[in-house]
Design a protein around this ligand. Structure first.
Ligand SMILES: [Zn+2]
Length: 141
C-alpha cells in the first residue's frame, strides 16, 4: 500500500468500486466501470486474450493494432486510446469534482470522438497549411 505508506490517503482502494486494488490495470481494465465498457466492444473470441495480457503488453497491442480486439475491426487503436483517456477523465471528475457517472456515458462519448477523429483524417490530409509545411530531409554535404 504505497499510497498509505506515503500518507497520500487513508483509503488505498479503488475510489469507484471499493476494490482493494487501485493500480493502472484495475483502473483501465478490471474495475467494474471499465469492464462494463470493454465487454460490449470486445470480440467474443478475443475476450480471454484481452484480459490475460500483461498490462504494458495490453497497452502496446491495443494502441498499435487497427483491427485489434474490437467487434467492428475498424480503427480499434483510435477507439482504445479515446476509451483510456475518457475512463481517466470520468474517474477524475468523479473523485475530485463529486460528479457521478451520469451525463454523457463514456462509451457514447468515445464512439462520438472516434467518429469525429476518423472523419477529420481526410480533412487534415488535404489541408493546404499542413501540406505547405514541407519538412524534408536535408541534403548531405
Ligand atoms: Zn474499481
Amino acid at each position: 500500500m504505497e499510497c498509505f505508506r506515503r500518507n497520500l490517503t487513508l483509503n488505498c482502494g479503488c475510489t469507484v468500486c471499493g476494490d482493494a486494488q487501485k493500480n493502472m490495470d484495475h483502473i483501465f481494465r478490471r474495475c467494474p466501470v471499465a469492464l462494463s465498457i470493454w465487454f460490449p466492444l470486445i470480440r467474443e473470441d478475443k475476450v480471454e486474450e484481452f484480459f490475460s495480457l500483461d498490462f504494458k503488453q495490453w497497452l502496446f497491442v491495443n494502441l498499435s493494432n487497427v483491427e485489434g480486439f474490437g467487434r467492428d475491426r475498424v480503427h480499434w487503436d483510435v477507439l482504445f486510446g479515446f476509451l483510456l483517456w475518457n475512463l481517466w477523465r470520468k474517474r477524475n471528475e468523479w473523485v475530485f469534482s463529486d460528479q457521478d457517472w451520469s451525463g454523457e456515458p463514456v462509451l457514447q462519448r468515445v464512439l462520438r470522438m472516434q467518429h469525429e477523429a476518423i472523419a477529420a483524417r481526410p480533412t487534415l490530409a488535404s489541408d493546404r497549411s499542413l501540406r505547405s509545411t514541407n519538412v524534408g530531409v536535408p541534403a548531405v554535404g
